[in-house]
Design a protein. Structure first.
Ligand code: AMP
Ligand code: MG
Length: 337
């Protein structure tokens, strides 16, 4: 079954945007379509590859969507053992390695909890304490047995690649662009942006980062070159009960929505799967652990982030600090990490 997308499309589409105005003079090839439960838009300069990019994204969507009965992930979750094709194989391998490096805050076996909370259907429910305990016990990526072309999971374990599918798609699209005649491209995959090449006027791309409290606006802009930018925010999918907001990003240790004062996390990397996994994981681990994580490894991997907290503090890593500009009207305290 497909997730309901109405109502979230606009917000996600505006999650981050890229200003390409300075590319004038050269007419780009453009495409907009719905995939991976969001609206995507592709802008490509100097090459005719947007239909190839679109087919690649649609192919990955049909392989990876855990709610689609024809997908490979659905098959793994239903049959507990399945042959998988090369893309699913590559992504599961990368995702499991990231689970191992992210201290359990990113875990691809979170799916039973995602289902129970109703995030795939929109039929939301708050599980009671006993149910949450049972759900948390089911989450453990180390139970996934992965050997080339094959995955086996025990009863009760289910996989969800929703936190990395767009990042991986962005990564595959950059590979296709590198093999093409395109000179520049901006791919907005809804929450994940892939930037390729160099704009005709040689200036950097300018990426707007959505204000989680008003996703139609941007709290700041980042100048950047080729790479992948992934944002995770509770505002992408959530429900409210008795004045409390429950978001779709879950803490695998408790099976409950993350609730630690972080409003959004944006990660910049040349590895799309890593950027996407990290934006989810940093969101879950909270500010202090995210800062520790940066100092102990993340930084040396050449990855950067922007974290916005509910107290109006904006933590920007030193690698991109000079490339970030706060938008007019925002008085966030910008802290260099
Ligand atoms: P993202 O928007 O990239 O942060 O991914 C969020 C999606 O990933 C959710 O809608 C769930 O399907 C799944 N998910 C939620 N929490 C986690 C987690 N802690 N680790 C891995 N996947 C998660
Ligand atoms: Mg993610």
């Amino acid at each position: 079954m497909k997730k309901t997308v109405k109502g979230v499309i606009c917000a996600v589409m505006l999650l981050i945007t890229v200003i390409l105005s300075a590319c004038s003079g050269m007419k780009p090839e453009t495409a907009s379509f719905e995939a991976m439960d969001t609206l995507m838009s592709l802008t490509v300069y100097g090459g005719e590859v947007s239909s190839q990019l679109k087919s690649e994204i649609n192919k990955l969507d049909s392989l990876l969507d855990a709610t689609d009965e024809d997908s490979e992930i659905y098959r793994i979750n239903r049959d507990k053992s399945a042959e998988i094709s090369s893309d699913t194989d590559r992504l599961i391998g990368k995702a499991l390695a990231l689970c191992g490096r992210l201290d359990g805050y990113f875990d691809i076996t979170v799916y039973p909890a995602v289902l129970e909370w109703g995030f795939t259907t929109g039929k939301y429910d708050i599980p009671d304490k006993a149910a949450l305990k049972k759900l948390a016990e089911k989450i453990d990526y180390s139970r996934v047995e992965h050997s080339e072309g094959h995955v086996t999971v025990p009863d009760g374990t289910m996989i969800d690649l929703g936190a990395v599918a767009k990042g991986y798609a962005a990564e595959r699209c950059l590979e296709i662009l590198r093999d093409s005649k395109a000179t520049a491209a901006v791919l907005n995959l809804g929450g994940t942006i892939a930037l390729y090449g160099e704009k005709p006027d040689k200036t950097p791309f300018k990426v707007g980062i959505a204000d989680p409290e008003n996703p139609a606006g941007y709290f700041g802009y980042l100048s950047c070159g080729e790479g992948i930018i992934s944002t995770s925010g509770g505002y992408e999918r959530y429900f409210e009960r008795d004045g409390k907001r429950y978001i779709h990003i879950l803490d695998p240790k408790t099976a409950e929505p993350a609730d630690n004062g972080i409003l959004s996390v944006t990660v910049i990397s040349d590895d799309g799967t890593a950027a996407d996994a990290l934006s989810t994981a940093l969101f879950v681990m909270g500010l202090d652990k995210a800062l520790d994580h940066y100092k102990n490894g993340f930084k040396s991997d050449g990855r950067d982030f922007i974290i916005l907290t509910d107290s109006g503090e904006l933590y920007v890593t030193e690698g991109i600090y000079d490339d970030f500009t706060l938008a007019e009207g925002y008085d966030y305290k910008v802290i260099k990490v």
